[in-house]
Design a protein around this ligand. Sequence first.
Ligand code: CP
Ligand code: NVA
Length: 279
Amino acid sequence: MKRKKVYADEKPFSGLTLAMIFAKPSARTRISFETGFYKLGGHALLLGDEIGIGKRELTKDIARVVSRFNDVIMARLFAHADLLELAAYSSVPVINGLTDWNHPCQIMADALTILELRGSVENCRVVYIGDGNNIVHSWLELARRLPFEFVCCCPPGYEPNADLVRRAKEAKCSCIEILHDPKEAVKNADVIYTDVWASMGQKDQIAERERAFAGFQVTMDLLQASGRDDTIFMHCLPAERGREVTDQVMECNQSVVFQQAENRMHAQNAIMLKCLAMA
Ligand code: CP
Ligand code: NVA
């Protein structure tokens, strides 16, 4: 999508509408989906709290109403089961804009960013430092399909879902490690990646998580502990500077966080073209 300059020349979504359902806050996901769909000729609708998905109206009813009007749905929900229900009852494609379980569009954009900077994701060593959360789950899903080294380094008790780790290992595609010592984990890393210690829906756990994650902050020292000067720093954003990452790391030359953010739009437009059988 980025190379083809399709935005200037083609309007494949002309006359189509994208419904964006948000049960949680968002900046990048909302901006990138709405802007991207518009740039390809379509119109996007923001459906926030007012539709009360699962509260004012059952998810399965919302699915059937929204899909009678719109050509594609993107939803950011809490429970993954709700997203699956939305998809099961929708007559149009439903794209996951993040659930408590995973965040596939983010990792597609991250893979594109690594591809641009390294030429390939294959054989890279991606070291994630922090909570074994929805971002890690999507990295594990990618690792079942593309061969690379994926390390999740987290405090004991904050590991990603054990079943997903087992399935990623069984796929025998990538090398997967779950470690607990950040300095050891980052050795020879192509990528050091982090995310917030308390995800949306966990903000009441900030104090206990700050204690648990002490020592897991990405600092300049940790970046240098890779032993390489070409290690890139990634973060899905929004970042909490002073918690999971320092301001210095966010602003340093090795940080590619805003390229990642921009790539959300290109990756998602490719996903939507595919879902709408146009690619
Ligand atoms: N990375 C990401 O999904 O950002 P938002 O929560 O702002 O959409
Ligand atoms: N793990 C974070 C990702 C935000 C894009 C969250 O779920 O809040």
